[in-house]
Design a protein around this ligand. Structure first.
Ligand code: 0RA
Length: 658
């Protein structure tokens, strides 16, 4: 990531800073490409592609074509300027060789344009060379064709002029080093996804991918750029108007491109990019965007009398409900912040984005009164729903329903009131709940059975959720309140353990609960308080029916059986007449558990709740985020997806409020 401080406008070869050879790259590949697994492997492809994209951003290339060769290599061709072939004054070698053999000599030139490569993720093409068994470069430049080959970053030949051409550009073929990468198998889907996004974000570029082995091929060209991206994101969603707002404007060296469209969903999908790199945590461009949107929608609503003088302003959240937007800024010197560098930091960008969107969106609303009215109408609805939710919550709070004073009837609380020494089991169904209540250690373990309609938190708003007994019981039992009244200080249990059947329905219910925690009680997940209980899948019964072995997954079953059979063989037991493996292993029965309900209270405690023996899986924020994403997909407004989900999960959906 170290960059040479060169003046961008007058690039010349000597400005390439020569830092070091490629030995460090081979010694510590992880430092340059993040690792030697699949992600690191694909990083090599991104590096080459990004250089081609940079040529497109600088206005010199219009195509980036990738081929997964039948022999395992990757070929990337662009029609940019071609890597310069002149002799580099510092190295005395061609610039091609310099770019390909000197660390950090790559990306940072190209005539003052914006760059994808050499930025946040860019490490330079030399890194790819250093990590490749073989790399062949062909440059088409100023009428000539130049070629050179390398092995593990070391040139095998000089750069040779091999003929004439009327094209221009760069072609790189590389074979990742099998002694470095865990696998050198590239993924068509992963590369294709990258090329799709590159095409959305780089207006007018054509990208393509071909897999020579499978003969798959696909190409992308989006005349609309990020407008097409918004359209793509809204597939399956009901849009309030087909028209997509779009602006592309450069202010003080910062190019701002924004596309947006409203849908009739409750979800907000805003993706922000700086120099074509996604900023998952937003940053100054997103802040500017939000400020402008809130202001413009409110101004319009007031001017049109849709918002009366006495009424309070629409909140930012209200104006973003159902919004899908892409924010793309390009700037000469992007600064990224935060531990993961996921956030754009350049302070000037905020005002510039706010100014550009402010000006063009208010103009757009004036020009499209029908769309404008729908947007404002939607925001007003969102505001009303928000107020209704608050009123519902306040009324419930007034009744004391959510505070700790009254505990839900179904809760079997533990006697110890010290949260540090208490845990609560959220149990699927009343029957398992009953067994859990009789089997538990009542001093430290509380039980809350959950059943019936568990709410679809994706589509339900807070007011509806608070009308749901299961959710209210849960909030009450935990003692943390909800939304504005949410406070982890009230948490009554150190561990919240979700205990469901080890089947599809069970996993759906835990998905649902995790989604709820993710949306409304994130700090509890961050605090490491949420766990999944793991009930056994099998019981191996010994002769005499004493001290059964409980098994928690299929692999473990095979291992235990193998070990037992081996042990018995060594002891000289006669094995072989018995057909079933559990019998060969000396057990008299192998039981398969389908649900918690099949165990009696003692078994349930011993296998799943006894702190000395049980298996708990801590829910990490990534797990909850995944659950949330699954939920969005399945329960969101994508009609077709939902239909097929409902068809395959009839029992689960019956319990959902969708
Ligand atoms: C150094 C300088 C220039 C372009 C490139 C490298 C370049 C590298 C790659 C890698 C793949 N495709 C590429 N295309 C270009 C600037 C060229 C100039 O100023 O003429």
């Amino acid at each position: 990531m170290a960059e040479s401080k060169t003046k961008k406008s007058d690039y010349s070869s000597e400005q390439i800073t020569v830092l070091e050879g490629l030995e460090p790259v081979r010694k510590r590949p992880g430092m340059y490409i993040g690792g030697t697994g699949s992600e690191g492997l694909h990083h090599l492809v991104w590096e080459i592609i990004d250089n081609g994209i940079d040529e497109a951003l600088a206005g010199f290339a219009s195509r980036v074509e990738v081929t997964m060769l039948a022999d395992g290599g990757i070929r990337v061709i662009d029609n940019g300027r071609g890597i310069p072939t002149d002799i580099h004054p510092k190295t005395g070698k061609s610039t091609v060789e310099t770019v390909l053999t000197v660390l950090h000599a790559g990306g940072k030139f190209g005539g003052g344009g914006y760059k994808v490569s050499g930025g946040l993720h860019g490490v330079g093409v030399s890194v790819v060379n250093g990590l490749s068994e073989k790399l062949k470069v062909t440059v088409y430049r100023e009428g000539n064709v130049y070629k050179q080959e390398y092995s593990r970053g070391v040139p095998l030949t000089d750069l040779k002029n091999t003929g004439t051409t009327d094209r221009s550009g760069t072609e790189i073929i590389f074979y990742p080093d099998r002694s470095i990468f865990e696998s050198t198998e590239f993924s068509y889907e992963i590369i294709l996804d990258r090329l799709r996004h590159a095409a959305y974000l780089t207006k007018g570029i054509y990208t393509s991918l071909e897999n020579e082995k499978t003969h798959e091929r696909y190409s992308f060209y989006f005349e609309g750029g990020i407008q097409s991206y918004v359209k793509h994101l809204n597939i399956g969603r009901e849009v309030i108007d087909e028209d997509i707002f779009y602006v592309d404007k450069t202010v003080q060296d910062v190019q701002v491109e924004i596309a947006l469209q409203y849908t009739d969903t409750y979800t907000e999908t805003i993706k922000s990019f700086a120099n074509n790199v996604l900023n998952p945590d937003g940053g100054t461009h997103l802040t500017g965007f939000r400020a402008a949107l809130t202001r413009v929608v409110n101004d319009y609503a007031r001017k049109q009398g849709l918002l009366k003088e006495k009424e309070e302003n629409l909140s930012g959240e209200d104006t973003r409900e159902g919004l899908t937007a892409i924010i793309l800024v390009k700037l000469p010197d992007p600064q990224f912040e935060g531990q993961t560098k996921n956030k754009l930091g350049n302070p000037e960008v905020r005002g510039i984005v706010e100014q550009v969107l402010g000006e063009y969106l208010s103009y757009y609303l004036e020009e499209h009164p029908a769309v404008a009215r729908k947007i404002v109408g939607k925001a007003l609805l969102a505001a009303r729903a928000r107020k209704a939710a608050r009123a519902a919550r306040d009324s419930i709070l007034r009744k004391g329903a959510l505070d700790g004073a009254s505990m839900p009837g179904k809760l079997a609380d533990c006697s110890n009131k010290d949260p540090k020494e208490s845990e609560i089991y959220l149990v699927e169904g009343d029957s398992a709940g009953g067994s859990a209540k009789s089997g538990r250690d009542s001093k430290s373990q509380a039980i809350l059975p959950l059943r019936g309609k568990v709410l679809n938190v994706e589509r339900a708003r807070l007011d509806k959720m608070l009308a749901n007994n299961e959710i209210v019981s849960l909030i009450k039992a935990l003692g943390v309140g909800i939304e504005e009244s949410f406070d982890t200080a009230g948490l009554r249990y150190d561990r919240i353990i979700i205990m469901t059947d080890a089947d599809v329905d069970g996993s759906h219910i835990s998905t649902l609960l995790m989604t709820f925690f993710f949306r409304y009680m994130k700090p509890i997940i961050d605090g490491g308080h949420i766990y999944l209980a793991k009930p056994p899948l099998f019981e191996l019964v010994r002769p005499g029916r004493k001290a059964s072995i409980f098994i928690y997954d299929e692999d473990e079953l095979e291992k235990v059986l193998d070990t037992e059979i081996d042990r018995r063989k060594k002891e000289g037991a006669k094995i072989g007449q018995e057909s079933e493996r559990f019998k060969q292993a000396g057990f008299i029965e192998q039981k398969r558990y389908k649900g918690l309900g099949e165990m009696d209270a003692t078994q349930l405690f011993e296998t799943t709740m006894n702190p000395d023996k049980r298996v708990l899986v801590q829910v990490k924020i990534e797990d909850a985020e995944k659950a949330d994403a699954i939920f969005n997909k399945l329960m969101g407004s994508e009609v077709e997806l939902r239909k097929s989900f409902i068809q395959t999960n009839a029992k689960f959906v019956k319990d959902l409020d969708i």
